[in-house]
Design a protein around this ligand. Structure first.
Ligand SMILES: Nc1ncnc2c1ncn2[C@@H]1O[C@H](COP(=O)(O)OP(=O)(O)OP(=O)(O)O)[C@@H](O)[C@H]1O
Ligand SMILES: [Mg+2]
Length: 355
């Protein structure tokens, strides 16, 4: 499933995929082979600044250094936008070619995305109907037939600036895509049985925000962004304990048992928001979410995963998107990849979706 705002149609075998995270930029190099996908390398680097509106020059410079460490010859690059930089919504649109759908949404975003989005570009992905699924139009003979579509939007200026930066860095911008969908695409490859048969939630805990995607038997039925991530937890600890941000960060990561009670109070609001999304889905569809799969660097904390499980009352576990890939890594990277794998979900999902 891909809703790239920009997507060159040429076939490619290898791609660099960059996830511009709020705290850490993640990049992977993935190759398509007849028997599946191969991970050729990965890189993690501090995000240049934590502010918006990175200049084209700075972004180009950053992309150059991230990709340098990948040590690859491919110039094709796909880039994922962070949650705050793109909107993803479900909509019902007439059954027309995607280019027409884009225009329909552009002409009236309020109607389809519940908000005015001036100066945005859009892309659409028609969701294939599940066997036995009820068509939205059933029982309504009037009007053209409609289908369920995933619509993504992003500011045109930003998409143009990113394209310019990718080119300035010496790469070919193959696709720019919403990061929200990365985990969904990676999960489908990683756990195809669970993906197609169960109702699960994918939760990616980031720096400033967290995404939740509910998948029902292979279909993305709900997605939401919650404005709480690792940054709020560290800030909260620093404030409660009267220590610096850096000290709080190191305690959170190194000695979380020392601050368990404080951390509980900080994880609770996130748990509540996620539970509210799950409740909303369960009431609408009369089905229960059976498992929650966590990614993002925060999911490396067993204590936080446990706290979320207590709040959500659903089994919560960290998952590894690399399980579906063949690894062809240098010795050093081969030893490191397991520990950073939950941070690579967005980049891996975006890479495999365009290959
Ligand atoms: N072992 C750990 N325990 C708890 N928190 C951790 C751990 N390791 C990293 N974090 C937290 O993870 C956060 C960064 O996560 P990540 O790198 O996944 O974010 P990001 O992808 O850059 O952000 P976003 O997805 O919002 O764009 C930081 O707030 C950091 O404190
Ligand atoms: Mg992230």
């Amino acid at each position: 499933m891909a809703v790239p705002f920009l997507n060159r149609s040429s076939k490619r075998e290898q791609v660099i995929s960059v996830d511009l995270g709020g705290r850490t930029t993640k990049a992977v190099c993935v190759q398509r082979q007849p028997d599946g996908f191969v991970l050729l390398g990965f890189a993690l680097m501090d995000a240049p600044i934590y502010e918006k509106n990175l200049s084209t020059e700075l972004l180009a410079e950053h992309l150059r250094s991230v990709c340098q460490t990948l040590n690859t010859k491919t110039r094709s690059l796909v880039l994922s936008l962070s949650l705050s930089e793109s909107v993803v919504r479900h909509a019902e649109l007439p059954q027309v070619p995607v280019s027409d759908m884009r225009q329909i949404v552009k002409n009236n975003p309020k109607n389809y995305l519940q908000q005015e989005l001036p100066g945005h570009v859009f892309d659409c992905y028609a969701i294939p109907a599940r066997a036995g699924a009820k068509m939205p139009d059933k029982g309504k003979p009037s009007g053209p037939p409609k289908e369920r579509v995933l619509v993504a939007g992003a500011r045109k200026q930003m998409v143009d600036d990113i394209q310019a930066a990718v080119k300035e860095a010496g790469f070919i911008p193959e696709a720019i895509t919403p990061g929200l969908l990365g985990p969904v695409n990676a999960f489908e490859l990683s756990l195809p049985e669970v993906f197609s048969r169960e109702v699960v939630a994918l939760v990616d805990i980031g720096f400033k925000s967290t995404s939740i995607c509910i998948l029902q038997e292979g279909e993305l039925v709900l997605s939401r962004a919650v404005g709480i991530g690792g940054d709020k937890m560290t800030n909260g600890l620093a404030e409660a304990l009267g220590i610096s941000y850096a000290e709080a960060e190191s305690i959170k990561m190194g000695m979380p048992t020392e601050v368990q009670t404080n951390l509980e109070g900080l994880v609770l609001p996130l748990g509540r928001e996620l539970r509210a999304s799950i409740d909303y889905y369960e009431h609408q569809h009369d089905k229960a979410v059976s498992q929650v799969f966590l990614s993002g660097a925060t999911s490396c904390s067993e204590m936080i995963v446990q706290m979320l499980q207590t709040e959500l009352m659903v089994e919560c576990k960290q998952w590894h998107p690399i399980s579906s890939l063949r690894l062809s890594l240098s010795g050093e990277q081969a030893g490191e990849v397991e520990s950073v794998s939950p941070q690579l979900t967005v980049a891996i999902g975006a890479a495999t979706a365009v290959l």
